[in-house]
Ligand binder design. Structure first.
Ligand code: COA
Length: 185
């Protein structure tokens, strides 16, 4: 299984349990920045033990091609995680669909890093995993995130009411999707 990919400015890596410190450092640095956009986390989430457990479980799912999570590093700084992209709930057969997730380090936003990482990840999902549809659900006031998927060609399909519990509250999300039209030919 391939675990490292490269874009112009980034390294995209599958991480294992033994890499927990890198992820733990990222979440500790960004706890306040991410709070508004994510589910509530318990204290264990910010520990090496918690991240080691999560990374090990995810690695097993990645090997079975049930998900793909790639952690982002700048090429010139390969020891510091600056974000993550994830493709989860991969379903095949006549559905060929998945959910998209992503987050960056607050210190690195607005430099096009997320768009660069997702362009690459989406190509992997469409060409290598053979998916037809990628679904992103975004709160209406998350303008940075909406802009990212718009740049990548996602289209709005509607509003999912009280779709996800974010920071302790069930919040409406805009349902955005990208289709692999080459599969329809
Ligand atoms: C969403 C997120 C991943 C974006 O990462 P990023 O690397 O900054 O994204 P990019 O630089 O590729 O693109 C950001 C775009 O938003 C635009 N933007 C930034 N602030 C904005 C604002 N207040 N209003 C409108 N557009 C804004 C930028 O100008 C840029 O668009 P452009 O290229 O047309 O100029 C990052 O902000 C983040 O981690 N947020 C917290 C977690 C999160 O929201 N995750 C997604 C949950 S759905």
């Amino acid at each position: 299984m391939r675990t490292v990919y490269y874009t112009d400015r980034l390294i995209l890596r599958v991480l294992k349990g033994r890499d927990a410190k890198l992820v733990c450092d990222y979440y500790q640095r960004n706890e306040a920045f991410l709070r508004e956009w994510e589910p509530q986390r318990d204290a264990d989430f910010f520990t090496r033990r918690g991240q080691r457990r999560d990374l090990a479980a995810e690695y097993r799912m990645i090997r079975r091609e049930q998900m793909l999570k790639l952690w982002l590093f700048k090429r010139e700084d390969p020891e510091r995680v600056i974000g993550m992209i994830s493709f989860t709930n991969l379903l095949y057969g006549d559905f060929c669909s998945c959910f998209l997730g992503y987050k960056l380090d607050q210190a690195e936003i607005n430099r096009g890093y997320m768009t660069e990482a997702l362009e690459y990840g989406i190509e992997l999902m469409f060409r290598q995993y053979g998916l037809h549809r990628i679904e992103a659900n975004i709160m209406p006031h998350n303008v940075r995130s909406l802009r990212v998927v718009e740049k990548l060609g996602f289209k709005q399909e509607g509003l999912a009411r009280r779709y996800l519990k974010i920071n302790g509250q069930w919040r409406d999300h805009i349902h955005m999707t990208l289709l692999n039209q080459q599969m329809e030919a």
